[in-house]
Design a protein around this ligand. Structure first.
Ligand code: SAM
Length: 188
């Protein structure tokens, strides 16, 4: 499936835009405080953070503020409308540490071992983000002391077990609903 091509489709953008109204709503902010959820990760000033599937940017601005000007947030999203929306929000918020990439997270194009923290927040499982391809790509870009943070909604869908079974990550713990995993050296 060509996710980037799909991300250009008018019907996909229209349908996702409807979903985005809920995903970015005030009611959701009230029910699911993004700052509190992010505090369940080891996010800290100066980190290089990748947010997979940022959608309308529910977590993006809070995450960017938490890493500060010395950090860099790379938000990856294939849908054009969401990309435009988040770029607009970032500009209006005056944030200089965010890049929104119109890209498929299965092929980020980022350098090996270059990222401190990957956020998989509200994105797995998703038909265009199979864990069998996503996890090796996240493992490739993470630094050897990096962290994979996963927030699952509304249930875990067996994702924590699948992550451990991949052999690429080992679990550190769970806080504020976020599962955190250490990068694990691959054994041949
Ligand atoms: C359920 S939404 C969640 C959005 C956001 N993380 C949130 O919690 O509000 C899933 C997002 O993942 C994006 N997505 C789907 N396939 C993707 C892929 N291959 N690479 C990056 N993002 C993808 C979708 O376009 C959508 O914006």
């Amino acid at each position: 499936m060509d996710t980037l091509k799909l991300g250009q489709s008018r019907i996909m953008n229209f349908l996702s835009g409807l979903g985005g109204l809920t995903m970015g709503s005030r009611l959701r902010r009230w029910l699911q405080n993004p700052g509190k959820i992010l505090q369940g990760t080891n996010i800290t000033t100066g980190q290089i953070v990748v947010e997979v599937g940022c959608g309308p940017g529910f977590f993006t601005l809070d995450a960017a503020r938490m890493i500060g000007d010395s950090g860099r947030l790379i938000a990856i999203e294939p849908l054009s409308d969401f990309v435009d929306k988040v770029r607009d929000k970032v500009e209006k918020a005056g944030l200089k540490n965010v890049e929104v990439l119109k890209r498929d997270a299965l092929n980020t194009g980022l350098e090996d071992n270059s990222v401190d923290l990957v956020l998989l927040f509200g994105v797995v499982p998703f038909p265009t983000l199979p864990l069998s391809k996503l996890l090796p790509e996240m493992h490739r870009i993470l630094k050897t002391d990096g962290t994979l943070a996963v927030w699952l909604f509304p249930t875990t869908f067996g994702v924590p077990t699948a992550i451990l079974k991949s052999g690429l990550f080992s679990e550190i713990g769970k806080k504020n609903g976020v599962y955190s995993y250490h990068y694990r050296e691959e054994t041949v």
